[in-house]
Design a protein around this ligand. Structure first.
Ligand SMILES: [Zn+2]
Length: 368
């Protein structure tokens, strides 16, 4: 059964409510509960098409577990236009990234683990989720109020925190598909079939994936300190599905298929109806996911292809200085990297200041 509704996530100065669409699918049995959202960054629209394709799959193959999906999760960011471009990465009032405003306070871990050290896993799961809810509502009802970005984040997180699996759909600027993988979920991450992967630590830094898995990972660490092995009970991932300002509904079907392939390995369809053609999956540690900054201002011809290995010293980009045209000064220069890499994304504009993050690349890669 599929139900659609809206959730209010804020209010405009005119009093008009800001709402997000919510799609709820009731599971057929005992599968994992899943939360999927898209477009928290205003220009990153591809995830909406992926949710559209996922809904088609869920209609065709009703899932075992409950699914909640939120396309267009940030009405303020999506509508934040400047000329022909969508901004929508930062709250224009506070300057904070829309995806760094989720909440978790780790002070609850120690007293909780003392109390539940000998409890069954199912009891721990329910009690910890209840404790997270309590902390969450305490924050939500702060007598000092919340920022606009925190209101949005908390209304979304309220839905996400009930899930066993949380997927946050993003894109890069001009970008190949890539996936942020918490270390502990490395084995399972393969099933998304996304070619480039970045292994991240499991700490909390305010993003939705971290806010969803990190409390559970930290809980398992806390229990380990007391000598008890406890699995991490929630999986969460940030999927970067191509470039911003780009919608490709056919490509979204492939991305939705990868997500379903992962979900079926998590018990969503016991008869496993989905099948992905295996591809090479490259990965590196977050510390080896390097940004290359432009050594000077100028205009850039991006040379290196995304998702294609690039040998050290081979052309990455050409930086042009058209202000020197007709003079003796150097008109252009080749930019290169000091080591082998796989380019993941590059800056969206050809005009760059000195210090602009031109490319991000995987280095010291290995197969996932
Ligand atoms: Zn994003």
């Amino acid at each position: 059964m599929i139900k659609t509704t809206t959730v209010k996530v804020g209010e405009q100065p005119t009093g008009v409510p800001m709402e997000v669409p919510v799609i709820k699918i009731q599971g057929q049995g005992n599968g994992p509960r899943v939360y999927i959202q898209a477009n928290i960054h205003g220009a990153e629209v591809q995830g909406n098409a992926v949710i559209y394709q996922l809904l088609e799959f869920f209609r065709q193959y009703p899932p075992q577990g409950d699914v909640v999906m939120v396309p267009q999760a940030n009405p303020l960011g999506i509508n934040q236009k400047s000329g022909e471009f969508t901004l929508g990465r930062f709250d224009p009032v506070t300057g904070t990234n829309w995806n760094r405003q989720y909440h978790f306070d780790s002070s609850l871990l120690e007293p909780f683990s003392q109390q539940y050290l000998d409890a069954d896993e199912a009891v721990i799961r329910d009690a910890f989720r209840e404790r997270l809810r309590e902390q969450f509502y305490e924050r939500q009802s702060s007598p000092w109020g919340l920022t606009c970005g925190q209101h949005l984040a908390m209304n979304l997180q309220e839905m996400a925190m009930e899930a066993d699996i949380v997927l946050d759909l993003h894109t890069g600027p001009i970008s190949a598909r890539h996936l942020y993988v918490p270390e502990y979920a490395r084995e399972r991450a393969r099933h998304f079939n996304i070619p480039l992967n970045i292994l991240i630590p499991s700490d909390f830094d305010g993003a939705l994936d971290e806010a969803s898995f990190s409390p559970w990972w930290q809980l398992s660490q806390q229990f380990a300190k007391h000598g008890r092995k406890l699995p991490v009970m929630v999986d969460a991932f940030t999927l970067e599905l191509g470039s911003q300002e780009l919608l490709d509904v056919n490509a979204a079907e492939r991305d939705a298929l990868g997500i379903c392939n992962y979900l079926q390995h998590q018990g969503m369809w016991p008869d496993k109806p989905f099948n992905c053609d295996p591809i090479s999956l490259y990965a590196c540690d977050l510390s080896d996911y390097k940004a290359y900054h432009s050594p000077a201002g100028g205009q850039v011809e991006y040379q290196a292809l995304l998702n294609q290995p690039l040998a050290a010293g081979k052309p990455l980009a050409t930086l042009w200085h058209f202000n020197t045209l007709g003079s003796e000064s150097c008109l252009s220069r080749e930019l290169t990297l000091p080591c082998d890499s796989i380019p993941v994304l590059h800056f969206a504009s050809a005009s760059v200041q000195q210090g602009t993050e031109l490319y991000k690349v995987l280095t010291n890669t290995f197969m996932l």
